[in-house]
Design a protein around this ligand. Sequence first.
Ligand code: G3H
Ligand code: 13P
Ligand code: ZN
Length: 332
Amino acid sequence: MTSYTELGLVNTRELFKKAVSGGYALPAYNFNNMEQMQAIIQACVETKSPVILQVSSGARKYANQNLLKNMAKGAVEYAHELGCDIPIVLHLDHGDSFELCKDCIETGFSSVMIDGSKYPYDENVALTKKVCEFAHSRKDYVTVEGELGVLAGVEDDVSAEHSHYTQPAEVEDFVKKTGVDSLAISIGTSHGRAKFKPEQCTRTADGILIPPPLRFDILEEVEKRIPGFPIVLHGSSSVPIEYVHMIEKYGGKLTDSVGIPEEQLRRAAKSAVCKINIDSDGRLAMTALVRKVLTEHPEEFDPRKILGPARDELKKLYSHKNVNVLGSANRV
Ligand code: G3H
Ligand code: 13P
Ligand code: ZN
């Protein structure tokens, strides 16, 4: 059994307090491999931003939980070596059972999400409460994120055909009954690179999809009912059109890609939204650069020459998000 403090990690409690009062959001970047982790830490050290390293159950299967845990420990040491001891959280993304959350907590995660949003309300409450009781009884207090409302989109185990917005009338009761430390809500974001159907969008003259706006009215209602309580947004990639174009230029096919515009995320980050989840944008940046290198240098077969440029691009992307979207830069 490992406690996250032994790994040099922190939970989200103090970080969320500061983010809510400071009007910014913490980046929650998913990672599965070394290059992603290096890019995240380089960007967050350079911009002096705290960071949440997120691991999905798919990432755990892909990379091995022991390796991921030790990569998070390595991330703490790497940040130190790069010259800034930024606070680092290791978070389970979309935990779907008590057993998975318990296992992560016992192997050194400092924060877990229990995603009971697909269950009826009372079952979601009971499951979330059970995870909170276990996580909070740990000597080092592991923080827990719950979810109310369902996001549309498909990501491995996380899938739903339609979104169901969070009902503000439920949030106060949910938070009180479960004891969660933060709450993910559904206000129109969704997982993946095609967040809306074309018929939900308008198009610019050159065919680029413009998505419908997020439901800030629901967010405001939620904030009224649980003032200052940490809110989380999933499915918050912006799906930069430059990466989509680059991927398509070099042979990929990503029809009808559309994300959440950055200015809407910036607006959300200024509110009680204090954690913004981003995975797909990293996937797009990496794929774009890998495709470019392989197409332009067909003779190349050294993985470092293929993944190195992708890692550099990822770092640029994360720095940009911290500085210009989330407002998390210079908060260490
Ligand atoms: O919300 C889910 C994340 O994007 C993780 O995706 O389950 O494919 O690792 P994944
Ligand atoms: P995106 O697919 O928009 O990057 O969302 C990621 C996410 O919510 C991870 O939990
Ligand atoms: Zn998510």
